[in-house]
Design a binder for this molecule. Structure first.
Ligand code: AMP
Ligand code: MG
Length: 319
């Protein structure tokens, strides 16, 4: 299969063509404010099966359904007053809600769970596409185990020849995946950290948001048991003083929250931040870097969302 590149900025018909392919049951990657998603018709089990196949994603890891309007949440899930409040206040935005599912959502989307994950992206291209295509499942558009893609080129690097098209909408604004909050139980539970903090959600709900532990015996979210990024480059995490690096011929990438010093031939120094984190991991692989060092002046120097991705990449949290 040849993967076509549809440029939303340059071609007036790009979004319409992507929507046509999706309505025909094909798989198309598209931009969101978080990362690129791998889209397929959420109501077609055959189309959804293609997404698992293209990514090599384990079938017990459920997918997030992406919507064009706040009103569409009711089509997919049963809404509680908590859900209604968060939808009203925070959608569109980088927040996913896990809710009791409507029976119309195919079991393959939910990995057989009685709940469905739903969100409304805050991105004009995604929004227009979803209006024309209808609800789409959209996990990150990378091969399972690789860093999430934040540009159309990253998607092609992983999935060229395996999907019908990539809709190019430029680089993603945020660069890490959405916050996931489970509202299906007695208390709201944070399943994945992201740009929207649990404190902001707690404030809107007027109650505590419990932090689920990825180390729990039975993970609340199936995705938690999978390592996001299995690096083929060793990653060292350093907290505190800037590490002293001896010039010994090792090619290193230093990502730091301290003011980055100058790069040299052996050492590339870049600021550690959400919007470029995955991109720099991919570049390190391309440039055959020997070692990645992630330096935090303190653990509170970065957001909880970025800290979560750093820990996963460094293998501190992976299984
Ligand atoms: P990704 O699509 O790779 O951004 O990952 C989606 C995340 O949402 C994974 O961590 C999933 O396990 C989680 N998720 C999706 N649906 C559900 C659900 N019904 N219940 C709990 N977690 C879910
Ligand atoms: Mg992913």
């Amino acid at each position: 299969m040849k993967t076509s590149l549809l440029d939303a900025a340059a071609e007036a018909t790009a979004i319409a063509e992507a929507a046509r392919l999706l309505r025909a049951g094909q798989v198309v990657a598209f931009p969101t404010e978080t990362v690129y998603g791998l889209g397929a018709d959420a109501f077609s089990p055959d189309a959804v099966a293609q997404v698992f196949l293209a990514k090599g994603r384990p079938s017990d890891n459920p997918l997030i359904v992406h919507l064009a309007t706040p009103a569409e949440f009711e089509r997919c899930a049963f809404l509680s007053p908590r859900a209604e409040r968060l939808i009203e206040k925070l959608m569109p935005g980088p927040l996913t809600l896990v809710l009791p599912t409507r029976p119309e959502i195919p079991a393959i989307v939910r990995a057989g769970l009685p709940t469905v994950a739903v969100r409304m992206p805050d991105h004009p291209v995604a929004n227009q596409l979803l209006r024309e295509s209808g609800p789409l499942v959209a996990p990150s558009a990378n091969t399972s185990g690789r860093p999430s893609p934040t540009t159309a080129r990253h998607v092609l690097d992983d999935l060229s020849g395996r999907i019908a098209a990539v809709l190019d909408g430029g680089p993603c604004r945020l660069g890490i995946e959405s916050t996931v909050i489970d509202l299906s139980g007695d208390v709201p539970v944070l399943l994945r950290a992201g740009a929207i903090s649990p404190e902001a959600v707690a404030e809107l709900l007027g109650e505590r948001v419990v932090k689920s532990s990825a180390h729990a015996e039975t993970p609340r979210s199936p995705g938690m048991k999978y390592r996001h990024y299995a690096p083929n480059i060793p990653i060292q995490l350093v907290v505190g003083q800037v590490p002293l690096l001896v010039a010994d011929g090792t090619r290193r990438l230093l990502l730091t929250t301290a003011s980055p010093g100058r790069s040299s031939k052996e050492l590339r120094v870049e600021p550690l931040m959400e919007s470029t984190f995955y991109q720099l991991l991919r570049q390190a692989e391309e440039e055959a870097i020997d070692e990645i060092i992630i330096h935090l002046t303190s653990v509170s120097a970065i957001s909880a969302g970025l800290l979560d991705r750093v820990m996963k990449a460094a293998g501190e949290n992976g299984q």
